[in-house]
Write a protein that binds this ligand. Structure first.
Ligand code: NAD
Length: 476
């Protein structure tokens, strides 16, 4: 696919831009907390002043309702900004560490220094916040940055370009719009750190490219995040939370519950409660869901057809649609849809769904449910719905996930104090608050000798030295 950006001299343009930033990086490293906070405030002011332009861009891209822009894009962004402003001075301070007795006379500390030149590649599903939030961490840590927003949300991408071009000198922050070609040209440059948010498949490409320059990476990826609902759960509340998690942003959320494992004894009331919640959220007045202005759309025809194919494949192999199932290709509309009777042979249980389609599986023995989870890659999020603390602990002890929420879905993204991210196939490294600052920093370990020496254990290893070494061994 060609784009206006995939011109033959793209790579040399990018190299020139990279070199400009590379020359500026040492100056950025010397910036004080106040100078970095001033840059963060520029973004804060712009976002506040241009809130309606941001909402309009996201509506134009895939009819994202303004309230969902506020919940999913602006809230986490403002939380990050406030948190950085509040804590950056503390984070930038040298962090003293204890000293072992054998090294008496020295002191040790961590100094957070910027990685230098960083690249941020963003996806389309939360296209504003997932481009700007990592940039805030990069600036807080004192880096120069290039940002590549998603080509699938061109209104938001254009807005990001205008915003960052207005707010920053190109030697500090630059935006490159475009598709995979542009991303690959950027990935060929010797960045110090790459922060990528997107699919696991492209994550692998990014990590391979990073290996060429031994760049460090943060990979915020996706996958199949299960919601496990045990017999003790508050069925109505669990159904409300799962329905909201599955339908927000039209199911195009990395941490959306991908599929449900519900105890057989409560499956019926759970599915009924799902239906009641979908109705309450999207057709409270009895009108069809596609007339609701609270319901976004699938981002493009390719993704619409991908999700339609997942439903068709499941139904052809014996699954039943027990809720929803209406589709409208012209509108890229898919009704909230529940599939029952799904099996591992169906694509819907093999791929990340990333749309408003929910397979509901049942179990009677908890270990069987855990096996269904553990035979897949470690998820980005695992949701547990249970009022039994022992069961909750049992599940936590026997599974692994980037994040877990007990008795809710998706709300962990709102707590900036929590590390956010995946594990292996769902991601590497963490973001949010201090963890984002850390991702863009080199933790330089520094030891300084104030007095004393270890000269008495230097060669030659006489009997006296050997005795001293033996003695010191006790105090390491
Ligand atoms: P994607 O991987 O297709 O694209 C992400 C970015 O990579 C885009 O900017 C795109 O231009 C670029 N890209 C695409 N193909 C490329 C290639 N071959 N080489 C280099 N760059 C390439 O992902 P997407 O469809 O934009 O987003 C959806 C995915 O992102 C889902 O898997 C979702 O779970 C995941 N996601 C994860 C998080 C998280 O925080 N963990 C957040 C949002 C989305």
């Amino acid at each position: 696919m060609t784009t206006p950006f995939a011109k033959p001299d793209l790579r040399s343009d990018l190299q020139t831009a990279f070199d400009t930033q590379h020359r500026q990086a040492p100056q950025m490293a010397l910036t004080t907390a106040d100078q970095r906070i001033e840059r963060i405030r520029r973004i804060q002011t712009w976002v506040i002043t241009n809130e309606s332009a941001i909402q309009k861009a996201l509506y134009d891209d895939f009819r994202k309702p303004a309230s969902e822009v506020s919940i999913g894009e602006l809230m986490p962004l403002h939380a990050e900004i406030k948190h950085i402003i509040q804590h950056l001075k503390q984070w930038m301070k040298a962090q003293p560490l204890p000293t072992p007795l054998a090294l008496l006379g020295t002191k040790s500390y961590i100094r957070y220094e910027p990685k230098g030149n960083v690249l941020i590649i963003a996806p389309w599903n939360y296209p504003f916040v997932l481009a700007i939030k990592p940039l805030l961490s990069a600036i807080a840590a004192g880096n120069v940055a290039m940002v590549k927003p998603s080509e699938l949300t061109p209104h938001t991408s254009g807005l990001i370009k205008r915003m960052l071009t207005d707010l920053f000198l190109p030697e500090e922050v630059m935006v490159f719009e475009g598709d995979a070609d542009v991303a690959q040209s950027l990935l060929a440059l010797p960045f110090n750190h790459i922060f990528f948010t997107g699919s696991s498949a492209v994550g692998r490409i990014v990590m391979a490219a990073a290996a060429t320059h031994l760049a460090s990476v943060t990979l915020e990826l996706g996958g199949k995040s299960p919601a496990l609902i045990d017999a003790s759960a508050n069925v109505k509340l669990a159904a409300a939370q799962v329905a909201w998690g599955k339908c927000l942003n039209n199911g195009q959320t990395c941490i959306a519950p991908d599929y449900v494992l519900v105890h057989e004894s409560i499956k019926q009331p759970f599915v009924q409660a799902l239906q009641a919640n979908v109705t309450a959220m999207y057709s409270p007045d009895g009108k069809p869901v596609d007339t609701s202005d609270s319901y976004a759309r699938i981002v493009n025809t390719q993704h619409f057809e991908r999700i339609r194919a997942l439903i068709d494949d499941a139904v052809a192999k014996g699954a039943t649609v027990t809720l929803g199932g209406n589709l409208n290709a012209g509108q890229k509309f898919i009704e909230p849809t529940v599939l029952e009777g799904v099996t591992d042979t169906m694509r819907v249980m093999q791929e990340e769904i990333f749309g408003p389609v929910l397979p509901v599986l049942t179990y009677t023995n908890l270990d069987d449910a855990l096996q269904i989870i553990n035979q897949r890659e470690k998820p980005l999020a695992l949701y547990i719905q249970s009022r039994n603390r022992q069961t909750t602990q049992y599940i936590l002890d026997r599974t692994s996930a980037g994040n877990t929420v007990v008795n809710d879905t998706m709300v962990h993204f709102g707590n900036i104090e929590l590390p956010f991210g995946g594990v292996n196939h769902s991601g590497l490294g963490k973001s949010n608050g201090f963890f984002g600052f850390q991702a863009f920093s080199n933790q330089r370990g520094i030891m300084q000798r104030e007095f004393g020496t270890l000269k008495f254990i230097y060669p030659p290893y006489t009997d006296k030295v050997k005795k001293l070494i033996k003695y010191i061994l006790k105090y390491v």
